[in-house]
Design a binder for this molecule. Structure first.
Ligand code: NAP
Length: 282
């Protein structure tokens, strides 16, 4: 029987730590502000933005919401970003993705000042992460590191297999697990014999987006299984990339979906906003 890695509980601890930090900054006259830009009215994006706003309220972070119409041009969006870059009262800037088709998301990410890039997506932060310099860490992978640390799962010397190589999860995850001194393998859709690869993992991290792809046949006995997936099963119910019930007796520990990795992402965003103040002061 696997131990459950409780992302709700751990993310609440992190939010409380951020709240304390924001409170002590406020006592020295420093306010923390996150600017969130949402272009258009994608319902899922609206939910994400609302969740971020709520988390800001809890932590005492000022949240500035900028809502732009669906037809906003790339130039207009970038000029809004530049305005926020130049505003000293703004510590963090986030453009909610995806953006409408007429806008190149990479151009927008590049326009955000690396010192205010609390999502950690700017190429300068990505480069800094890969060579071990201080930088903003992308929130989902850094949340997973916190889940492992706070659950007492040591990565040093362990075989870690990450399935998925996206810029927001898989690749930065690999960099962070290397920093933790794990031996890292990154698998993807072209990996041959995926089961053989994942069965080597002491720590398996899945970021694929395929509901319940990973059954017990993919899992080494006693492995820590971290499921980033936010997928829908055949009944439209939220589930992960891992077939939780099937894997439960094989894994040593496991994150549920929901309640595992998901809540960590917003908590780490709050942490990045509070840490932005230190980075900007330096
Ligand atoms: P993505 O950009 O679509 O990347 C998916 C990755 O999975 C790709 O590298 C792809 O390989 C690989 N893949 C697809 N099918 C595969 C298969 N059958 N076997 C092995 N590898 C396969 O996805 P993402 O943005 O990283 O997100 C992945 C999942 O995490 C999604 O469910 C997403 O909703 C979730 N997510 C959750 C959070 C959170 O806060 N909890 C945050 C971000 C993402 P190729 O590169 O070869 O195509």
């Amino acid at each position: 029987m696997a131990a459950i890695i409780d992302g709700k509980k751990i993310s609440a601890q992190i939010r409380d730590e951020v709240k304390q930090k924001v409170q002590s900054l406020s006592e020295s006259g420093i306010k923390v502000t996150l600017a969130v830009i949402l272009v258009g009215s994608d319902p899922a994006s609206q939910v994400y933005v609302r969740n971020k706003k709520r988390a800001c309220e809890y932590c005492g972070i000022i949240s500035r919401e900028i809502l732009l119409p669906e037809e906003t041009t790339q130039e207009k969006l970038i000029s809004k970003v530049e305005e926020l870059n130049a505003d000293p009262s703004v510590n963090g800037i986030l453009v909610q993705l995806p953006v409408p088709r007429q806008i190149d998301p990479d151009a927008v990410i590049r326009a955000i000042s690396p010192l205010k890039d609390v999502d950690g997506f700017h190429p300068q932060n990505v480069g800094a992460l890969s060579i071990g310099l201080p930088c903003f860490l992308p929130c989902t992978p850094s949340g997973i590191i916190e889940l492992l640390r706070r659950s007492g799962i040591r990565a040093e010397g362990k075989e870690c297999v990450i399935v998925g190589r996206s810029n927001i999860v898989g690749k930065p995850m690999a960099m962070l697990m290397l920093r933790e001194n794990a031996t890292v393998t990154v698998a993807h859709s072209k990996t041959a014999s995926l089961q053989e690869v994942t069965k080597r993992a002491d720590i398996l991290i899945t970021a694929v987006g395929k509901p319940k792809l990973f059954t017990k046949d993919y899992i080494k006995q006693g492995a820590a299984v971290i499921d980033c997936g936010m997928d829908r099963d055949e009944n439209g119910k939220l589930c992960g990339d891992v077939d939780f019930d099937d894997v439960f007796d094989t894994a040593g520990s496991i994150t549920p979906v929901p309640g595992g990795v998901g809540p960590m992402t917003v908590a780490m965003l709050m942490k990045n906003c509070a840490d932005a103040v230190d980075l900007q002061r330096k």
